[in-house]
Design a protein around this ligand. Structure first.
Ligand SMILES: NC(=O)c1ccc[n+]([C@@H]2O[C@H](COP(=O)([O-])OP(=O)(O)OC[C@H]3O[C@@H](n4cnc5c(N)ncnc54)[C@H](O)[C@@H]3O)[C@@H](O)[C@H]2O)c1
Length: 266
């Protein structure tokens, strides 16, 4: 039987980190695919902007996800507003990282926001998903989880932890019909790229070109579509997996996309 229903029709999703370019793109994609969403961020002005852009299918709360009482409120408010919870997207992150000089406090803060809060949120939504007969959780990881990058320690290690946490969650939540996957974007047009390049996307594409097969940064909507797929029934056989949404970054080796063998004959 074919149906014209939107892929996420009738689904209720919580999205953390909704206040900047990337989060807003994910929120809009979910709404376009039929979901009702509950947006969360610690940045109230950005959250307001996200809610304005998403319209009537979105509500939300300005909250620090490192607070357990905050997490309880996020979850109870979502269920009260939309009648249940089917999807959790752990997108909020801290980029705080002083590489080899990172302090214990920086390690703890990074892991608190990026890993522990994602786990606490998953724990809190689980009973609500069970009530709906199952659900889907998507954790944001990164290409940074698999390669070394100069001067970065806490963030990449937290993103590697997300990939492993995804497997552990997928194992223990499988009996509840809750699927858990991670998405690892490459360089994606986002608040940090916008601010570092002075809003110059062409320049950002040119810098990214040598290490992405697509020769450019990803668009946040492109990554959002991968996330939305993992939230939908179309991916019902997928759990415990890490999905590259990286323009081929992780397929490329150290030789990059240039012929190295001819250099031997020069
Ligand atoms: N930008 C990229 O190129 C890229 C690449 C790979 C992976 N990612 C991943 O994508 C996700 C989004 O990245 P981004 O670049 O848009 O980041 P960003 O910093 O622009 O957005 C993160 C959001 O999380 C919010 N946040 C931080 N701490 C919080 C807290 N304690 N409580 C509630 N909200 C909090 C911030 O206010 C911010 O709005 C992250 O998980 C990141 O690791 C991004």
């Amino acid at each position: 039987m074919t149906t014209n229903a939107a892929p996420l029709e009738g689904k209720v999703a919580i999205l953390t980190g909704a206040a900047t370019i990337f989060g807003i793109a994910v929120a809009k994609e979910l709404v376009d695919q039929g979901a009702q969403i509950y947006l969360v961020d610690i940045n109230s002005a950005g959250l307001e902007e996200a809610l304005n852009q998403c319209g009537a299918a979105a509500s939300g709360l300005c909250m620090d996800i490192t607070s357990d009482t905050g997490i309880s409120e996020i979850v109870s408010q979502t269920a009260a507003t939309w009648g249940g919870i089917d999807v959790l997207i752990n997108l909020a992150c801290s980029y705080e990282d002083s590489g080899a000089d990172s302090t214990r406090e920086e390690w703890m803060n990074t892991f608190n926001v990026n890993v522990a809060s994602a786990a606490m949120l998953a724990q809190a939504v689980r009973p609500h998903m069970i009530q709906r007969g199952g659900g889907s959780i998507v954790n944001l990881s990164s290409i940074s989880s698999k390669v070394a990058q100069i001067g970065r320690w806490t963030y990449p290690v937290s993103k590697a932890a997300m990939v492993q946490l995804t497997r552990n969650m997928a194992m223990d939540f499988a009996p509840d019909h809750i699927r858990v996957n991670s998405v690892s974007p490459g360089w994606t047009w986002s608040a940090i790229m916008d601010s570092l390049s002075g809003g110059n996307r062409e320049k950002t594409d040119a810098v990214a070109a040598p290490f992405h097969l697509t020769q450019r940064v990803g668009d946040p909507r492109e990554v959002a579509r991968v996330i939305a797929f993992l939230c939908s029934e179309a991916s019902s056989v997928v759990t415990g997996a890490d999905w590259a949404a990286d323009g081929g970054y992780s397929a490329m080796g150290p030789e990059q996309g240039v012929p190295a063998i001819p250099l031997l004959m020069e």
